[in-house]
Ligand binder design. Structure first.
Ligand code: DON
Length: 626
C-alpha cells in the first residue's frame, strides 16, 4: 500500500517458503525509498553491561543477587543460587517474590540435560468453572483478583525445595540462610517498594496485611529497614522441615486461615500439591536453539510461533541499516549507535507486531493445563504453519485482528472467542543465573497481581496469590491482562491456570548464550521476543536490549501498545499506516508507563565473558558476578 516507511524487507538467508513472496513484494517499496533514508531518531541511554568471568546472578533486587552470588562462591551451583534468590525475593520483594504463589524454573545443566520445573498454583478441589459468576452468569468484579477466593494452592515452596533437593549441591538450610537473615535482621526498603506498599488497594483491604506491611497505617518510607519476624519464623520452620508446608503444621495453619476468610483451600489441597518436572519446549531461530516454557505456560509455544514467523524476514536489514554491528557490539561493552540497527524501525516493529498478533490468536484459542487439555503444540510450532501465516502479513499495513483467518489445514477448529478491552499488568519477577560450570537457570515466579490477592497468611507472615484470575472465568471475557481465553483454560479442581511466564535459554552450538525472561502478564512473551530480536538480529548488547522501549500486541484488543519511551516518530509512522496505538504516557498506579523487567545474562561465545543486563526501569536490581 502506502510508502509509509523507507526500510526494505530483504530476502534473508533463512527465508522460509511462505514468506518469499512477501519479502519480494517489500523490495519494490524499498527500491523507491532507499535514496532518501530517514534517520532513526531512536536512542537508548544504557550503562554498559555488568561483566563477569565465571558466574553471574541477575535479579530485580540487589540483596537477592548478592545472596545468589554468595551461594555460588560457597560452592553452590546455579540451582542452589536460584533457590536462594527465590527465597530472598520472598523477603525483599514482596510485590512479587513469594512463598504463597507459584512459578517456573527452567534449568539447563552444562551436560545438556534440561528441566522445566512447574510449580504453578492449582485450583482447590472445591473450585468450579463458574465460581466467579453471579446468578446471571456475569463475572463478579474483583472476586478472582482480590481476597480469599482468588487464592490458588501455592506451589513456590514445593518448587524451590524440589529444585534444591533434585538439582542443587548444597543443603536447603544453606540456601535458605540468606532469606532467614534478611527477614530477621531486616532489609532497606527501596522507594519503589515503599510506594507500592503505600498505594496498594489490595493490601489495604486486609487487617493482617495492614498490620504487617502498612504498620497499621504508619507507612514505611523508602530507606526504612523492614523486619519480618513472622516470615523469618516460617522460613526457619520450612528450612528445618519442608514437608510442614504441605503436610504438617504450616499446612493446617494456612488452610485454617484461608478458610476463615472464606477461601477454598483445605489441608488436603495442600497435601495433594505436586511439582511437575516437565520437558522444556525446543525451537530454532537463526541457527540458535531456543529452550523455553511448555504449557501450562503459553509463553514458550507462542514465542516459538513468533520466532518461526520472523525467521522468514531478514530483520537485521530492516530500517535502511547495515547490520554489520553484530560482532562488534556483542564483544564490546561501550554503547553504540543503536540507530544504525533496524531496532524499533517502523518496518521491523510492523513485522514483529504482525507475528505477535497471529501467535496470540492461537493463545486465545487453544491453550491450558496439559494435565487436563490436549493441545496442537506440534502443529503450532511447525515452521510450515508459520510460513503459511506469513502469507497474510502485508508489507506496510496492519492486518486487523477481526479479519485474521488462520491458515487452513494445520490446527483443529477452535472455539469462538469474542472481543476484549485493554488492561495493564502488575507484578511478577524473573531472575537469571549462570554458574562457573555453565549450568543455567531462568526462573520466573509470581503472586500474579501486585501483592497477589492482598491477603497475608496471618501469623505465617507471607502473602497469598490471586492466580485464579489467570483461568478463564468466562470464555471470551478478558482477565486482568485483557486476555481472552478459551474453555481449554476453564477452572477445574486441581487444574493449573494458563500462564504467560516465559523463562527461556538460548543456545549457540550447544552452549548457553542467553538466559532471559520477564514479568508483565500478557506482555511477558512479547518482551522476551523483543529481547531475542534486539540481541540476535539487531546486535544490541544485553543491557541495551533490557532497556529498549517495549511494544506489544496481543491480538485482542487490536491495539499496538508501547511504553512511554517508545520513539514518537516511529509511532506516528505506524499510526499513519493504520495501527490503533496506545502509549503508556500518563503514569499512575495502574499504568506506570513501562512494563516488564528483563533480568538477563548473555555469554560471549568467543570470550566466555558473562554480560548482565539489569533492567534500568527498576533502580534496585543488580547483576552480580565474579
Ligand atoms: O502467569 C502469568 O502469566 C501471570 N500470572 C503473570 C503475572 C505478571 O506477570 C504480572 N506482572 N507484571
Amino acid at each position: 500500500m502506502l510508502k509509509i516507511w523507507s526500510s526494505p524487507i530483504r530476502s534473508g538467508v533463512r527465508i522460509s517458503a511462505g514468506c518469499v513472496a512477501l519479502a519480494l513484494s517489500g523490495a519494490s517499496i524499498a527500491q523507491a525509498a532507499v535514496q532518501t533514508p530517514a534517520p532513526n531518531p531512536y536512542r537508548i541511554v544504557s550503562p554498559p553491561p555488568a561483566l563477569a568471568k565465571h558466574a553471574m546472578v541477575v535479579s530485580i533486587h540487589h540483596d537477592a543477587s548478592d545472596a545468589g552470588l554468595a551461594i555460588l562462591k560457597q560452592g553452590g551451583n546455579a540451582v542452589d543460587a536460584a533457590v536462594a534468590v527465590g527465597f530472598v525475593l520472598a523477603v525483599v520483594y514482596p510485590q512479587a517474590g513469594n512463598l504463597g504463589g507459584g512459578g517456573f524454573m527452567l534449568i539447563r545443566m552444562h551436560t545438556g540435560d534440561a528441566h522445566f520445573l512447574d510449580y504453578r498454583e492449582k485450583a482447590p478441589a472445591a473450585a468450579t468453572a463458574g465460581m466467579y459468576l453471579d446468578a446471571q452468569k456475569n463475572i463478579v468484579p474483583g472476586l478472582s483478583t482480590s481476597g480469599y477466593k482468588a487464592i490458588g494452592v501455592p506451589g513456590t515452596v514445593a518448587g524451590l525445595v524440589y529444585a534444591e533437593k533434585t538439582y542443587g549441591k548444597l543443603t536447603l538450610a544453606q540456601v535458605m540462610a540468606p532469606a532467614i537473615k534478611l527477614a530477621t535482621e531486616g532489609f532497606i526498603l527501596p522507594d519503589e517498594a515503599a510506594d507500592n506498599i503505600r498505594t496498594s488497594r489490595n493490601l489495604a483491604r486486609f487487617p493482617e496485611s495492614r498490620r504487617l506491611f502498612q504498620r497499621d497505617g504508619s507507612f514505611y518510607k523508602g530507606g526504612d529497614r523492614m523486619l519480618q519476624p513472622e516470615l523469618a519464623a516460617t522460613l526457619t520452620r520450612i528450612a528445618a522441615d519442608p514437608a510442614t508446608f504441605y503436610k504438617g503444621a504450616i499446612a493446617e495453619e494456612l488452610a485454617a486461615f484461608v478458610q476463615k476468610g472464606g477461601g477454598l483451600i483445605t489441608p488436603s489441597d495442600l497435601a495433594a500439591y505436586e511439582v511437575r518436572d516437565r520437558a522444556p519446549l525446543y525451537g530454532k531461530y537463526r541457527g540458535y536453539d531456543i529452550v523455553t516454557a511448555p504449557p501450562p505456560s503459553a509463553g514458550g509455544i507462542v514465542l516459538l510461533e513468533i520466532l518461526n514467523m520472523l525467521s522468514g524476514y531478514d530483520l537485521a536489514h530492516t530500517g535502511n541499516r547495515v547490520a554489520d554491528i553484530f560482532s562488534k557490539t556483542m564483544t564490546g561493552v561501550t554503547a553504540y549507535d543503536v540507530s544504525r540497527s533496524g531496532d524499533r524501525t517502523p518496518q521491523q516493529v510492523h513485522l514483529i507486531v504482525e507475528a505477535f498478533r497471529r501467535a496470540y490468536m492461537d493463545r486465545a484459542n487453544y491453550l491450558g493445563d496439559p494435565d487436563f487439555t490436549s493441545m496442537p503444540l506440534q502443529q503450532m510450532a511447525d515452521p510450515a504453519y508459520a510460513a503459511a501465516w506469513c502469507k497474510s502479513i502485508q508489507p506496510a499495513a496492519p492486518s486487523p485482528s477481526a479479519t485474521l483467518t488462520r491458515p487452513a489445514g494445520f490446527l483443529p477448529a477452535p472455539s469462538r472467542v469474542p472481543a476484549a478491552s485493554a488492561h495493564e499488568s502488575a507484578e511478577t519477577t524473573h531472575f537469571s543465573v549462570v554458574d562457573a560450570e555453565g549450568n543455567a537457570v531462568a526462573s520466573t515466579y509470581t503472586l500474579n497481581g501486585l501483592f497477589g490477592s492482598g491477603v497475608t497468611a496471618g501469623p505465617l507472615g507471607f502473602l497469598l496469590n490471586n492466580e485464579m484470575d489467570d483461568f478463564t472465568s468466562k470464555p471470551g471475557v478478558p482477565n486482568m491482562y485483557g486476555l481472552v481465553q478459551s474453555p481449554a483454560n476453564a477452572i477445574a479442581p486441581g487444574k493449573r491456570p494458563l500462564s504467560n511466564m516465559t523463562p527461556t535459554i538460548v543456545l549457540k552450538d550447544g552452549k548457553v548464550l542467553l538466559v532471559l525472561g520477564s514479568p508483565g502478564g500478557s506482555t511477558i512473551i512479547t518482551t522476551v521476543a523483543n529481547n531475542i530480536v534486539s540481541i540476535l538480529d539487531n546486535g544490541l548488547n544485553v543491557q541495551q536490549a533490557a532497556d529498549a522501549p517495549r511494544f506489544h500486541h496481543q491480538y485482542l484488543p487490536d491495539v499496538l501498545q508501547v511504553e512511554k519511551a517508545f520513539p514518537l516518530s516511529v509511532l506516528d509512522t505506524l499510526k499513519a499506516a493504520g495501527y490503533a496505538v496506545s502509549r503508556n504516557d500518563e503514569a499512575d498506579e495502574k499504568n506506570p508507563g513501562v512494563w516488564g523487567d528483563s533480568e538477563m545474562i548473555y555469554i560471549d561465545p568467543k570470550t566466555g565473558v558473562l554480560m548482565g543486563g539489569q533492567d534500568q526501569r527498576h533502580k534496585f536490581g543488580k547483576a552480580a558476578g565474579y
